[in-house]
Write a protein that binds this ligand. Structure first.
Ligand code: FE
Ligand code: FE
Ligand code: MG
Length: 166
C-alpha cells in the first residue's frame, strides 16, 4: 500500500475498497458468462456472435486486472475465492442454460447495462476525490458502453435476419 497515495483520497477508503471488490466480483462473473456462453452458443450468426463474446470475455478479464490492481494499491485484498463472487456481485450471473444466441445476447446486454450503472456510480463517487480510481472507472466504462452497443447491434442484425422487412 502507498501510504501517501492512500492519504490524499477524499473518501472513506474502506468503503471504496468494498465497492471495488463488488465490481471485481462482477468482472469475474461477466468473464465466465461470456466465456462459457461462447462455448455453448447455437443458432444463426453463431460465428460472428461467438467472436464478439470471446473478445468481450478477454476484456472483462482485463477489467478484473485493473480493478484488482487498484484494490491492492489502496491497501485492500481482492476477493480470494470464487465463492465470494456470488456474495459480493452487483450484477449477478445468468447461466447460459438456454444456448440460443438471441437469449445469450439478451443476458449479456442485461449484464452490460448493470456494469454501466456500477461504473457510473463509482465515477460519481470518486469525481474530484480520487482521480486514479475515477480514471480507471472511466476507462472500464468506455469499454462497457462499447460492449452494450456491440451486442445490441448483433441483436438487431439477428432479428433482421430472422424476420426481414418486406
Ligand atoms: Fe467489465
Ligand atoms: Fe462488458
Ligand atoms: Mg466488442
Amino acid at each position: 500500500m502507498g501510504t501517501k497515495g492512500r492519504a490524499i483520497i477524499g473518501l472513506d477508503v474502506n468503503e471504496l475498497l468494498k465497492l471495488l471488490n463488488k465490481a471485481f466480483a462482477d468482472e469475474w462473473l461477466a468473464y465466465y458468462q461470456y466465456w462459457v456462453g461462447a462455448k455453448v452458443a447455437k443458432g444463426p450468426m453463431k460465428d460472428a456472435i461467438i467472436a464478439e463474446l470471446v473478445q468481450h470475455a478477454t476484456e472483462e478479464l482485463g477489467h478484473a486486472t485493473l480493478v484488482s490492481n487498484r484494490i491492492i494499491q489502496l491497501g485492500g485484498t481482492p476477493l480470494t475465492t470464487p465463492k465470494d463472487w456470488f456474495d459480493w456481485t452487483n450484477c449477478g450471473y445468468d447461466p447460459p442454460n438456454e444456448p440460443f444466441v438471441r437469449i445469450l445476447l439478451e443476458q449479456n446486454i442485461k449484464a452490460e447495462q448493470c456494469a454501466i450503472g456500477v461504473y457510473d456510480q463509482l465515477m460519481k463517487l470518486t469525481e474530484g476525490k480520487d482521480p486514479i480510481t475515477y480514471n480507471m472507472a472511466l476507462t472500464i466504462m468506455e469499454q462497457e458502453v462499447e460492449h452494450e452497443e456491440d451486442l445490441q447491434a448483433l441483436l438487431e442484425d439477428l432479428d433482421l435476419m430472422i424476420s426481414p422487412p418486406r
